[in-house]
Ligand binder design. Structure first.
Ligand code: AHG
Ligand code: MN
Ligand code: MN
Length: 334
């Protein structure tokens, strides 16, 4: 059988189910094209002079890497002229990006973390791009941040691209999760992983253990129990991984199971966590739930939270259902 490229897959979905409107299909393809360009830059690394600091900071007070800025520009350039979008928002921009006047506007809002796991770029470890697509509320011509502040359940599509040993685009538009591997010679994403499913139980966890002293009681309890292994209350030995690229952790979890945690902690009590709900928490929650896993902030589904700011933070517990349900129960009991 011939290979199914991303374009062909999307066109067939559009015909088959009628659940994928042509403008949304076009938008997803365009995001995929931008990710290809990012992938080629990531791969060239020092040869293209893209490593190191940009010398600027973003609205989150984080120093930007050159590649944070380059990836953001690729996504803006690829998506501004296609006609599917009303506006875009990004980790790297304080306010929404408006579609320039010379281009037609469309009905969707695109949000992205252009480069996730920036601290890994210079050391040649996997990084990624995360995106989330919403509908622009009716009657809004010039979307302000408020237009974006919809709960994750309103997402019409979400995905990530992991730039690892292979570049893979993993996508959902509400009917399962589909994975595509970039074929560099042909320049196209090819369907290699259809209907990805997160195993229900796991013995692998991911958390930045160096923050242990700042954690809240339910997280301490849960990690202590996992560390106690076979003879502890959970009755099994666990393994730990921490890549420090959420995209890479989610990709591992969707492939072989696991739980990823970035809890709220006492380092900055005003913040609900480190990760941002609009372009990290929600899209990853959508993908994980569509793959049969779960995603909560310890108390409720991430996707049911009503966001109040474009760059609002959220505590994240996601992955294999049994474990996410356990840590969520520990929060609710405390
Ligand atoms: P970003 O590079 O987009 O700012 O995101 C980095 C995030 C996430 O990908 C990762 O899980 C986490 O930050 C790593 O945090 P630590 O520095 O605490 O390891
Ligand atoms: Mn990120
Ligand atoms: Mn980022």
């Amino acid at each position: 059988m011939s290979r199914i490229t991303l374009s062909r897959f999307l066109i067939e979905q559009q015909r088959k189910a009628g659940t994928l409107p042509p403008e949304l299909r076009l938008l997803i393809e365009t995001v995929g094209r931008a990710c290809k360009a990012i992938s080629f830059s990531v791969n060239k690394g020092a040869l293209a002079g893209i490593l190191g600091e940009a010398g600027t900071g973003n609205i989150q007070g984080e120093a930007q890497k050159k590649l944070d800025v380059i990836a953001n520009d690729f996504l803006l350039d690829a998506n501004e002229w296609g006609g599917s979008l009303a506006a875009m928002a990004s980790e790297e921009m304080e306010l929404p990006y408006h579609i320039p006047g010379e281009y037609p506007k469309g009905e969707y809002l695109l949000m992205f973390d252009p480069l996730d796991g920036s601290s890994n770029i210079d050391v040649n470890i996997s990084v990624g791009t995360i995106f989330s697509i919403l509908r622009c509320p009716a009657g809004i011509d010039h979307p302000t941040p408020e237009a974006f502040l919809q709960p994750g359940t309103e997402q019409v599509a979400a995905g990530y691209t992991v730039y690892g040993p292979q570049t893979m685009l993993v996508l959902t538009f509400g009917s399962g999760v589909h994975g595509f591997t970039l074929d560099r010679e042909h320049g196209s994403f090819v369907l290699t992983h259809s209907d990805m499913v997160v195993p229900e139980s796991t013995q692998e966890f991911a958390i930045n253990m160096s923050n242990m002293r700042h954690w809240e009681a339910p997280v301490k309890r849960y990690v202590d129990e996992m560390l106690a292994g076979k003879t502890g209350p959970l009755g099994k030995d666990y393994n730990m991984r921490w890549v420090a690229s959420m995209v890479a952790e989610v990709h591992r979890i969707i492939t072989r199971g696991g739980i990823f945690m970035y809890p709220k902690d006492a380092r900055d009590p005003d913040k609900a966590g480190k990760l941002r709900i609009m372009y990290e928490g929600n899209p990853m929650a959508f993908i994980i739930e569509q793959a049969g896993g779960a995603a909560t902030n310890g108390y409720q589904r991430i996707m049911e939270i009503q966001p109040k700011g474009l760059h609002e933070r959220v505590a994240v517990f996601l992955g294999s259902k049994e474990e996410v349900e356990r840590i969520t129960a520990y929060h609710q009991q405390s």
